[in-house]
Design a protein around this ligand. Sequence first.
Ligand code: MCN
Length: 757
Amino acid sequence: MLLGRGRFVDDLGHPHALHLAFVRSAQACGEIRRIDVTEATAMTGVRAVFTAVDLGHTGFVAALEREEFVRTRMPLLAGDRIRFAGEPVAVVVADDPYLAEDAAELVLVETDEREPVASIDAALAGRGPVHDEAADGVLIDLPMFEDVQVDGVLEDAHLTLDRTFTSARVGAAPMEGRACLAEWDDRAEQLVLQLSTQVPHQVRTGIAEVMGLPERSVRVIAPDVGGGFGLKCVVGREEAVAALVARRLGRAVRWSEDRRENLTSSFHGHEQHYRVRIGFDAEGHIVGMDADVRCDVGAYSVYPFTCAVEPLMAVTELPGVYKVGRYSARGRAIATNKPPTAPYRGVSRPQIVLVMERLMDMAAEELGIDRIELRRRNIIQAADFPYLGPNGISYEPGSYQEALELCAAQIEKAGWQAPGSDGMLRGVGIACFSERTAYGTATMGLRKMTITPGYDVVHIRMDPSGDVVVTTGTCGHGQGHETTFAQIVADQLAVHPDRVKLRQGDTDISSYGWGTFGSRSIVIGGGAALVAAGRLATQLRDVAAEMLEIDVSDVELTDGHVQVRGAPESRVSMQQIAQTVHFRAHSLGGGHEQLLEARGEADPPGMFSNAVHAALVEIDPGTGGVRVLDYLVVEDCGVIINPMIVDGQVMGGVAQGIAAALYERMLFTEDGQPQSGTFMDYLVPTASEIPRVDIHHLETRCELSETGAKGMGEGGTIGAPAAVLNAVNNALRGYGAQLNHIPVLPEDVVATILEQQ
Ligand code: MCN
């Protein structure tokens, strides 16, 4: 990548491809009266203009098998109603992208404008509805773990806090936006769709469905993907339109989203409101909690995850690493006239950790108990494992308390408690959390999605030169799977990792797989790779034993060879074994028809990584500017496959979490107009805003995973908002700060200071 050898969708040459530009709605809400494409169609170089009518009003319906879930449809192009500003209503196909853009501006869309629903409050106040099927604006309402004792427990508690928290809508801002190149291959009778995605097979399923084709007639290929962060783990309507247009015209077509489209018209996440009541006894133990979680999920349910992902995750996992006693929660997905939300990195966990960690700090202050001590009293202890939470989740062993103690010791060591200089205010914040990773089908099944992800299958093949090719349905897009999968397989086969090549991101070469999201790849794909490699190792031992004329129990794999145990001079290389199997099979006694190939599968129940984050911030009371001076992470993701990659994931995640805490937010006006259409308005932090991150590892081997690893790809993002927000409040302790929203902006800081003066 650094040498420029990466190949992204836009790098894929195609001399005859036509270019798409989408005509997008200028209004956030309205009925479409007329779409006039005459002028655009007449432009030289324009090959076609399509509307929903031309495409047969197709769309995606993502659903849960739950009574409470309201099924809605996301049309590929808006046909009768506009549901957000930026929604695609027509597509122009032209010889070059500039012509396509110019022609798109000539398409006339006449609408009867309606008053949009641009916020949770507006939706619940009865404005709308966004979908007639959901008259009250709620797409799913989930009362969960309804413990009737909670109210009583909270009334009788020594201390009860009743607080609200909000987090702003954010975008994933991947370096590469969405992009695709679609072509109908007449000879193979197959649509070949190359696109920037995390989930090639789900894209295949979705597109085959809207095109009315069997899945074999759609091949989806993800070349290098320039970041996804959850935005690309759902199926986009623009890519589906490209597929339909390619087939319709019998021509290759391509589309690359520009930055403004990415910011305003793709998928967002994390716009949530919480009201939480939590009770403590006099010793600071949590006795009960109840929560009302409201998620602004935008205009549509995304395919295939649906809009229930955020509320479900939030209510299920809110208690986190703490023993909460009694628990009850309600989670709602609320439709608004804004772009839909996808499972953006962390999926509600940055929010629930923020809620719990702010509550712990606020309670510590009210109770007069040191904030680390209060956490110590409530955190799940080693003796509690396997711990069964009030949310019905069983937590396998982790190093929750050990991580807390190590983090506290490191804060001491780093001298963070020293006061700031030059009138600057300094604060330290910490956040403890667990991250449930690698959900298999059984756990995913609890969500009741009509399409339930979870398992993965890996195929492994040794070629005649003794090199190994591994194919997987997971689809790394910046996580270094080429390296870590090779490590796992190489370890099993005792070959150098350079001799193992990973092939991913192509639905024609791998078994059905679920791609990469939910920090699942190393546990599920990597676990399946380990199983497959183990089976291949058995075949190698069998063949070698026959070649060496010795009992199979007397051979071992080592250093690229299979050798007689204790007699290293009697050995055959992998290449010798592979050539014998492929080219001289007749010389073997039979039973080796498997040609040195195997498959492996994994479908674990899901497991929890854990971590503690700490941030040191400095605030300029004059400007309200917040700087993160230093950052500390203690994390435990089980057996670490590759420490450098894990550290990279943590650092990237922390940067994303700091961004959510201090900078990024998608703003909308009251009439649903996006205000964050460029990187001048949507503040992605640069290297100069991100501090050094000091990372310490603990390793609790996971018995639920083949490799002993637990996932961790979202962890950095999950802990950072809470750690930073606690640090900001801590820095402003002299001003009675109670900042419970993100991002915290300089004006919030200044307002807090002024209120006390
Ligand atoms: N790893 C390891 N040892 C462990 C655990 C993980 O060496 N015990 C390594 C894995 O081998 C893998 C990486 O760490 O190379 C992340 O592994 P895992 O936790 O399995 O997560 P996934 O690979 O499934 O990645 C998904 C996760 C998610 S959900 C988002 S969103 C995300 C993220 O990863 N988006 C990213 N990290 C990203 N990183 C980049 N550069 N770009 C994105 O879009």
